[in-house]
Design a protein around this ligand. Structure first.
Ligand code: HEC
Ligand code: HEC
Ligand code: HEC
Ligand code: HEC
Length: 173
């Protein structure tokens, strides 16, 4: 009898896990954000990102320089090496079709399938409930950057200067 109860509980947990997984947001790619975040009035976030090295971080793994970097750490085949992809193409495993987008919008803002609709995006609270990741203060932003910029390849990271380079605010009305 006891065993049956455990089995029922285990099945209930499994069913819940499947339900939650189905509800889980999926990655939609920068082209979906582009629709609304390219306009001058909105702040041209897409254009700013596209021109940054974050948009090219996956492609960087195919350069001669990448082979050099890889050799120095004893790694091989950078474009397929999980060790490099972790920072240069962080969606490679979760959403392989978006691997080439490198450090794309959703790496910092969360998977967008749930929040990208206009009615949800316009309401900050609803957007956050549907998966949008925001940062309460500069300390939180910096902590996020440090996941990848903590001394990579021996290069120092100046957070303030780096943020000035990649920031993409909505213009104040
Ligand atoms: C259908 C249009 C639309 C799409 C698609 C869209 N957004 Fe938005 N987004 C908006 C609007 C409108 C706002 C509100 C902007 C404002 O405050 O002026 C917004 C706000 C935001 C904000 C700021 C939230 C805040 O209040 O601080 C972020 C971050 C954001 N969007 C990221 C994204 C990302 C990432 C994607 C793609 C996955 C995306 N958006 C797709 C329309 C859109
Ligand atoms: C998921 C990993 C990851 C995160 C998170 C991340 N970066 Fe990066 N960043 C990279 C990689 C990889 C490159 C190198 C791209 C290349 O040259 O291939 C890079 C390059 C840069 C550059 C040089 C880009 C240019 O266009 O000159 C700046 C500046 C930068 N990041 C700032 C930031 C800031 C600020 C944050 C936090 C808001 C941040 N990064 C978060 C991985 C990341
Ligand atoms: C911990 C995160 C991280 C990992 C892991 C990582 N990188 Fe990087 N890589 C970065 C960041 C961040 C930059 C940008 C540094 C900057 O310009 O400040 C970068 C820059 C580069 C560049 C451009 C450097 C230049 O000076 O032109 C190459 C090439 C590169 N990485 C190759 C690799 C290879 C190959 C691997 C795997 C062996 C790898 N990276 C692993 C974060 C990482
Ligand atoms: C490396 C991380 C990173 C990437 C990549 C990135 N963002 Fe952001 N974004 C941030 C951070 C951090 C903020 C500041 C949040 C804050 O101030 O609360 C921000 C702010 C925003 C805002 C709100 C600006 C405001 O003034 O309220 C929008 C809209 C936005 N991002 C959209 C995008 C879109 C669209 C893309 C891709 C085309 C993108 N972001 C790529 C980290 C990133």
């Amino acid at each position: 009898m006891k065993k049956t109860a455990w089995f029922v509980l285990a099945m209930a947990i499994a069913a819940l896990a499947i339900f939650l997984a189905a509800k889980d947001a999926t990655y939609v790619g920068a082209s979906s954000c582009k629709l609304c975040h390219k306009a001058e009035l909105q702040g041209r976030q897409f254009t700013i990102w596209e021109a940054s090295l974050h948009a090219k971080s996956c492609a960087s793994l195919t350069t001669p320089k990448a082979l050099e970097v890889a050799k120095s750490t004893g790694a091989s085949n950078p474009p397929e090496n999980a060790q490099c992809l972790g920072c240069h193409a962080p969606l490679a495993a979760k959403a392989p079709e978006l691997k080439s987008e490198g450090v794309t919008c959703e790496v910092c803002h969360g998977a967008g399938s749930g929040y990208r609709k206009l009615a949800i995006m316009q309401d900050k609270e609803k957007a956050v409930q549907n998966g949008l990741v925001l940062y309460p203060d500069p300390g939180a932003i910096q902590a996020h950057c440090m996941q990848c910029h903590q001394n990579p390849h021996g290069k120092a990271f100046d957070f303030k200067a780096a943020w000035e380079t990649i920031k993409h605010p909505v213009p104040t009305k």
